[in-house]
Design a protein around this ligand. Structure first.
Ligand code: DGT
Length: 223
């Protein structure tokens, strides 16, 4: 059994979701938590989105959002649901994003920018509602990696992912605003769990202190 978590038997994993803008540093955060016993880290299934029976849906969505948003979001929703329902061996399950940010940030932005029409959004909402009622999507803690849109944009430019060449500052700012309204101002949608805010503008070299705050909260609440 883990040295970090008490050896009680739990009915289900203590589930933490890590949320934040594109380029907010979710991957660095997850990598940091890989070192601890008792934590199953589930990264976002981006590779699946890049290869759905040979189709790169991520690339298609960015190159023609009006045509491909529905297809892309449908597949994202399925793959995120697979992670939510996955039973992991460790008592703590740490997930990169969730079905909640898919709906509350990305689908919402696509609806507002008219990349998704009203009927497509209704179909997502029906799926979302059914899924919440019929699957265990419980979350115990949300970690919000809060960045300024300027820093998030700068990082995405620097990493230079082929699919993200068309990602504009305005898009990053829109996605930032969705996260802010949902997790910071709490005016957009109901939060499914308490939110811990991390200053993710900090450079990689000094951000570990912020991570420690998080570690304490996760392990203390779990024990
Ligand atoms: P990080 O480590 O914080 O820089 O995180 P990223 O940028 O590696 O990961 P993330 O979640 O922001 O997503 C990877 C790519 O997939 C990015 O281009 C945004 C896109 N993406 C993720 N989830 C969704 C979604 O539900 N809808 C849309 N339209 N795009 C999504």
């Amino acid at each position: 059994m883990s040295k970090d978590v008490s050896p009680r038997k739990f009915k289900r994993n203590f589930t933490v979701i890590v949320e934040g803008n594109i380029g907010s540093g979710k991957t660095t955060f997850l990598n940091y938590f890989q070192q601890f016993n008792g934590v199953s880290v589930l990264a976002e299934p981006v590779d699946k989105w890049r290869n759905c029976s040979g189709h790169n849906l991520l690339e298609k969505m960015y190159s023609d959002p009006k045509k491909w948003s529905f297809t892309f979001q449908s597949y994202v929703q399925l793959t995120m649901l697979q992670l939510h329902t996955l039973k992991t061996a460790d008592p703590i399950k740490l997930m990169e994003r969730s079905i909640y940010s898919v709906r509350n940030c990305f689908v919402e932005q696509m609806a507002r920018s008219k990349c998704l029409d009203e009927c497509s959004v209704s179909v997502f909402d029906e799926w979302f509602k059914w899924t919440k009622e019929n699957c265990d999507l419980s979350i115990d803690l949300i970690v919000y990696l809060r960045t300024s849109p300027e820093i998030a944009y700068e990082r995405t430019v620097k990493r230079n992912r082929p699919e993200e060449q068309t990602v504009s500052f305005n898009y990053i700012r829109d996605i930032h605003n969705m996260h802010e309204d949902w997790l910071y101002h709490k005016t957009l949608f109901k939060c499914p769990a308490p939110v811990l805010i991390i200053d993710a503008n900090l450079d990689k070299s000094i951000i570990q202190e912020e991570y420690l705050k998080c570690k304490t909260q996760i392990f203390t609440n779990r024990a």
